[in-house]
Design a protein around this ligand. Structure first.
Ligand SMILES: [Zn+2]
Length: 309
């Protein structure tokens, strides 16, 4: 049935819009955490071509941008600050590095595994959750160390130079920092025989987590904000002042932050653009290759410190 011109001119009902926003606000994160990750687990467990995983990931990235525009936390953070192409470059380089690591995993496992203790008898989802928790531990510790040790901070600083907080920030990392985080995170798993399919699922979940953790979508998770390391908590981590920003290091959970004494939360806190970045390095390079070279530029001089320390 065709729509009448009169009906076509009718404005959208604010009630309908409000319901749609509410559904997105509370449904978006579960959709990615359970829906996208669940679909990925299904594809991997059923040996589907890996191209389907890539399509699923690209769909999640597209959805992320869409939701950020429908329920933005800060409208200004959706606009490119001349950084959009650079962030795509960071994302492509770091994801290709992840794919290469996955492709070489069988060789790495053959060389590094000291005892094949992997619990293959467990259901696949439990194996993945186990891998996530162990990986989260290694990544959290490396991240923590990267804020405390000047040499490591050199390579992590690029991630903190962002002036807006949106989905692609998660993949905006110096390749050296990413390689270090991945190595420490995966090593305990590889030592006991991490299977390739669990590693693939882990890589997919990590990409989804980074999208959600840095998302500019004003989604809500209720009390789960105290358990899962999502954007509400991670905004504190991007505050530009040392000490204040040295919190919430976790990738998947706040569990390890609670043990380190670095967990913080305040549901009433409202973040602004002026609070993001690196306090003592406001002029950190913004171009891709300048950011890649920056950690080496001052080599031989005193290594930069986390501002204020
Ligand atoms: Zn950090």
């Amino acid at each position: 049935m065709s729509t009448t011109p009169t009906a076509a001119r009718l404005p959208a009902s604010p009630v309908t819009g409000s319901i749609r926003h509410t559904v997105l606000r509370y449904g978006y994160a579960p959709l990615l955490l359970l829906g996208a990750n669940g679909a990925a687990v299904h594809l991997i467990a059923s040996n589907a071509p890996r191209g389907w995983l890539l399509a699923l990931l690209l769909g999640a990235v597209g959805l992320s941008f869409l939701v950020e525009h429908i329920i933005p936390y800060e409208v200004e953070w959706n606009r490119s600050h001349g950084d959009a192409l650079r962030d795509v470059l960071h994302a492509v380089v770091n994801e290709v590095a992840n794919l290469v690591s996955l492709a070489t995993l069988p060789l790495i496992t053959a060389l590094v595994t000291v005892a094949d203790l992997w619990p293959r008898q467990w259901p696949f989802v439990l194996q993945l959750l186990f891998a996530l928790l162990v990986f989260d531990f290694g990544v959290t510790l490396t991240h923590f160390a990267s804020h405390k040790l000047p040499l490591l901070w050199r390579f992590h600083a690029v991630h903190h130079s962002v002036k807006r907080f949106y989905g692609f920030n998660g993949l905006m990392k110096h390749p050296v920092h990413q390689a270090l985080e991945m190595t420490v995170g995966v090593l305990p798993l590889v030592l006991i025989g991490l299977p390739e399919d669990v590693a693939t699922a882990l890589a997919f979940c990590t990409a989804i987590q980074l999208l959600l953790q840095h998302s500019n979508a004003d989604y809500r998770m209720g009390a789960l904000r105290y358990v899962l390391a999502l954007n509400e908590g991670h905004r504190f981590h991007h505050l530009k002042w040392a000490g204040i920003g040295d919190v919430n290091f976790g990738l998947f959970t706040h569990f390890w932050d609670c043990l380190l004494g670095t967990f913080t939360a305040d549901p009433k806190k409202r973040f602004t653009t002026e609070e993001l970045g690196i306090g003592k390095q406001p002029d950190y390079p913004t171009a891709y290759f300048a950011q890649i070279l920056e950690p080496f530029r001052t080599y031989g001089r005193e290594a930069p410190r986390r501002p204020g320390r």
